[in-house]
Structure formats: C-alpha cells, structure tokens
Write a protein that binds this ligand. Structure first.
Ligand code: SAM
Length: 253
C-alpha cells in the first residue's frame, strides 16, 4: 500500500497518501453518533456474528491471569466490550482510535455498561502507536485497517507492541467470489447502503466511501502476505459469509 508515488485510494479516488487520513477522519466524524445503529442496519445484524467469531478466536483467558488487549481502530468499543464479556477478571482492553468522536461514543457506552475499569480509550494512530514494545498479549483490529493509509506501517506497529507468543487478529471486509452472491452483494452495496446512510446519518458520501473502499482492499491471500511481511508467523485467514468478511490471524513468535 505504501506506493512510491505517494498516492493511495480513498474509495475509488486516487488521493495523496497524506490526504487520505484527513478524508477518513471526516467520514467518522460525520457518522460517529449513528455509527452503531448504521452497522446493525446495513449488515442486518451480521456484524455482531462476525465480531463474536473474532472473540472466539481471541479466546481471552477466563481466569484472573492478567491479559492486555490492544484494540486498534476500536471506535465505539464493540470489540473491547465483547472481549471483556468473554474474559475473566484479569482482562484489560485499550481501545485506540484516531477519531475523538468515535472514542467519545465508546466512553459513554463503556460507562453505561460499567466497563470503565476494564476498558480504556486512547486517541492514537495505528501507524505510530504510542505504546512500548511488547506491551500487549493480543492485538485486534476490526473494520479498521482498510481505512489506514499506510497499512504496512500499521502491521509493523502491531508486531512491535505484541509480546512474543501473542496474537494478531484482523476482521475486515473482503472479496465476495461466490457466483450469484457477488452480484447481489454489489447491488445491495451500491444501491442500498449509500441511500440508507443518507436516511440514518444524513451522509450518503461516507457510505459510498465504505462500499468503494471495500472493493479496493487487497484480496485475502495478498493481505495475508502483507501480514507475513510485517513479521508475523503462521498467518491464516477464514472467509465468513461467502467472503463478505475475512478474519486474518498471525502470531508474533
Ligand atoms: N472497530 C470498530 C468496529 O468494528 O465497530 C470501529 C471500526 S470503524 C469502521 C473504523 C475506525 O477506524 C474508525 O473509528 C476510525 O476513526 C478508525 N481509524 C481510521 N484510521 C485510523 C488510524 N490511522 N489509526 C487508528 N484508527 C483509525
């Protein structure tokens, strides 16, 4: 993704690498308040199932043994809350996101769930994490990496902050290859999601970006290679819902 000409994609548009983050930040600033509702509507609730599959793969300890999760691009806290629910009393999650509006919604949700002690929210960029080396027992990123301009940098940072013997997990939209489903999915993506975004959030453009950015994201095998290139071992992936989503994982050994 770090191309020598210093351009990248923002949806179907070519933009300067340094401009992408500003545009992405505008998207999440615009939709933050209605982000969770919109997730439910446009995935017809499926994002909950995909996230639960990620948490099962994470399998946080149920004991009081300390376990520190870093959830990057964690937004409104969904992954951290689900992991906290599945884990024992030794669990702690740090939700790191570049967007203060998304984090504010997450903080309110954590307070409402009485999870303030187990989940904290930190503003930060996936490309340059302000955490020491080898500080975490697991790194998760859900529907986040596609938005990061320099994916290779984010993957290297993930590797840096993980303790040896710990796991990287990435849930992301992927490539639908199933004949029939691909056409239906394209129709739903381009004809339903942006108009739905307009009704629910008042912003169709942000959801047009979403569906376009999914088409520009690397295929699962290419993304797996990028994870391996960042240093991770035993990289694998699992396609979910006909390829709508993929769960990639790797180990820092
Ligand atoms: N993980 C959450 C979930 O699954 O509901 C939120 C995903 S949301 C689609 C993408 C998030 O990525 C946004 O909250 C956005 O602010 C964040 N993001 C985008 N670029 C980022 C970056 N460079 N570093 C950290 N977070 C970033």
């Amino acid at each position: 993704m770090d191309r020598p000409d210093q351009t990248t994609h923002f949806g179907f548009r070519d933009v300067a690498l340094d401009d992408k983050q500003t545009l992405v930040n505008e998207v999440f600033h615009s939709v933050a308040r209605r982000y969770d509702l919109m997730n439910d509507l446009m995935s017809v609730g499926l994002h909950r199932v995909w996230k639960d599959i990620m948490i099962s793969a994470l399998n946080p300890p149920k004991s009081d043994a300390p376990f520190a999760l870093l959830d990057v691009a964690g937004g409104t806290g969904d992954i951290a809350f689900r992991a906290a629910k599945a884990a024992g009393p030794g669990f702690h999650a740090t939700v790191c996101d570049i967007n203060i509006d998304m984090l504010d919604v997450g903080r309110s949700r954590a307070a409402a769930r009485h999870l303030d002690a187990q989940v904290c929210f930190v503003e930060g960029n996936a490309e340059a994490l302000a955490f020491p080396d080898r500080a975490f027992d697991a790194y998760t990123i859900a529907f986040g990496i596609r938005n990061v301009p320099r994916i290779n940098l984010a993957l290297r940072e993930a590797y840096r902050v993980l303790r040896p013997g710990s796991r990287f997990l990435c849930l992301e939209f992927s490539t639908v290859d199933m004949p029939g489903l691909d056409r239906l999915y394209d129709l739903f993506s381009f004809k339903v999601i942006p108009p739905l975004g307009r009704v629910v959030t008042g912003d169709a453009d942000s959801y047009q970006y979403l569906v376009e950015s999914i088409r520009k994201f690397p295929r699962p095998s290419a993304f797996a290679e990028m994870i391996g290139a960042a240093g991770f071992s035993r990289v694998k992936w699992q396609s979910l819902s006909g390829g709508i989503v993929a769960l990639h994982s790797g180990w820092r050994l």
